[in-house]
Design a protein around this ligand. Structure first.
Ligand code: HEC
Ligand code: HEC
Length: 423
């Protein structure tokens, strides 16, 4: 779109029409004034009008201050119209536009405040959330861009989620929160789930079953019947146990937090008609630095969950048959301080099979750049080999093998592993 054009006239006629009308009026005013000056002034002469029998009006000239003020406005108008837009499509010699002024002001603000926003970009979300200045800036951004939907206390309202609790539709880790804010989210529940042929009674039955999952009042007979319908109608999204799936924004139906309602009639209605909901995307509009600050603000409201890296506190190594699996943190190839306990499982394997050889293969998760990941997978395998060597397993018993497919299967954490198997 060309923002330098100040009006949307599609035909040249209206453009000229406006220009002529404006110029004729302004210049006409000037000419009229000048003609008034030319009129001869006769002291004592009246206009000839008489009111209330005796009230007459002198035909005096305009006071000078008034006359010059009037000329001044005419000159001002002409100068203004030459410099600024006002006559049809004529842009004015300054080339000023509202859009241009906005852009300029935004640019100035970016120059002034940009470095302030950017300084936090290098810090991780948990650290930003703990920084008082960053929290204040994030809070102000939140009041401007988010409060109209999520409330000024971020506690939400019906259909607008509470961001300050521990219940997350889309996940409460820094990565997930950032993804939500930057890219937006769309939630859709199809009418009657995946079983559109359900009649009203059946919907009621399945709703009663769902209510029973979180301890809401429910009719026992309906719960029984609803339980049989649930796998056909609801399981695809809310999962076999009703706990939902934050990867896709399917809510947990077993907790006591309701985005919409815990009232039976309304619940039946929602399941019958389906639900659609949207969190708008802010990434492009606000830019990375502001999204980062907002992520930290939301994260710090109380419900933030540790990120993928920090959440990797499951078993560091497990033994499954003749295969030992060693798990790594996101982006990491070192086993850190736990190396000793991590390789214990491997050593047990080595001891139990004194003549066997080991094949060691590294895997990575599906996120990020492939080439970097493959390198990472290899380094992980090397780390495990070195740990085995350090623990006394002879080097010629260990063989590094690049698996045909380095992208590990299972969840991301499961995928970031090294497998050492006896061959
Ligand atoms: C126009 C209304 C609207 C605005 C403005 C809005 N949101 Fe949302 N937001 C929503 C809705 C609706 C959802 C729920 C989407 C769903 O049902 O899955 C949501 C979801 C979220 C979630 C995910 C919550 C969860 O439980 O996983 C986060 C985080 C979030 N918004 C943060 C923000 C931030 C930060 C801003 C300001 C930059 C913002 N929102 C502005 C409507 C809005
Ligand atoms: C296609 C996927 C899908 C299916 C199938 C589905 N749901 Fe949903 N359901 C959703 C989504 C998505 C939401 C959240 C809507 C939102 O975020 O605004 C939701 C929300 C709900 C809610 C409201 C939760 C709250 O916190 O207020 C209830 C209750 C519910 N579903 C029950 C059911 C029942 C019962 C069935 C089976 C008849 C079902 N759903 C089938 C996707 C599904």
């Amino acid at each position: 779109m060309n923002f330098n054009i100040t009006s949307d006239f599609v035909s040249g006629f209206w453009n000229m029409y406006v220009i002529v009308l404006v110029l004729v009026s302004v210049i006409g005013c000037g000419v009229f004034l000048w003609m008034q000056d030319k009129a001869k002034f006769v002291p004592g002469e009246t206009t000839g009008h008489v009111w209330d029998e005796t009230l007459a009006e002198y035909s005096n000239p305009l006071p000078n201050w008034w006359r010059w003020l009037f000329y001044g406005t005419v000159v001002f108008s002409l100068v203004y119209l030459a410099l600024y837009p006002g006559m049809g499509n004529f842009a004015g010699s300054f080339g000023w536009t509202m859009r241009g002024q906005y852009d300029q002001e935004m640019k100035k603000a970016d120059e002034q405040y940009g470095p302030k926003f950017n300084q936090f970009l290098k810090m991780d979300v948990a650290a930003v959330a703990a920084n008082p200045e960053a929290r204040e800036m994030g809070g102000r951004l939140f009041q401007t861009y988010c409060a109209q939907c999520h409330g000024s206390d971020a506690k939400g309202a019906k259909s607008f989620p509470n961001l300050a609790d521990h219940d997350w539709l889309w996940g409460g880790s820094p990565e997930k929160i950032k993804e939500t804010i930057a890219k937006g989210r769309d939630a859709v529940m199809t009418p009657k789930g995946t079983k559109p042929d359900m009649d009203g009674e059946q919907v009621k039955d399945v709703v009663h079953y769902v209510r029973s999952l979180s301890g809401l009042s429910a009719d026992a007979a309906r719960v029984e019947r609803g339980k049989a319908l649930y796998p056909q109608a609801c399981v695809a999204c809310h999962g076999p146990d009703g706990k939902g799936n934050p990867e896709a924004g399917f809510p947990n139906l077993t907790d006591k937090t309701w985005l919409y309602t815990s009232q039976e009639a309304e619940m039946v209605n929602n399941v019958t008609t389906g639900l659609t909901n949207r969190m708008p995307a802010f990434g492009e509009f606000l830019g990375e630095a502001k999204v980062h600050l907002l992520t930290a603000y939301v994260y710090g409201l109380g419900g933030g969950q540790a990120g993928a890296a920090a959440a990797d506190t499951g078993p560091m190594a497990v033994l499954e048959g003749n295969t030992a699996k060693v798990y790594f943190a996101t982006g990491k190839a070192d086993m850190g301080a736990e190396a000793q306990s991590v390789i214990q499982g491997l050593l047990d394997l080595a001891k139990a099979n004194p003549n066997a050889r080991f094949a060691v293969s590294g895997f990575h998760d599906a996120t990020g750049d492939r080439a970097v990941n493959e390198e990472l997978a290899k380094n992980r395998a090397v780390a495990v080999r070195d740990a085995l060597k350090a623990a006394g397993v002879a080097e010629d018993r260990i063989e590094l093998r690049k698996p045909a497919e380095t992208t590990g299967t299972g969840g991301n954490k499961e995928a970031r592993r090294v497998e050492a198997s006896i061959i």
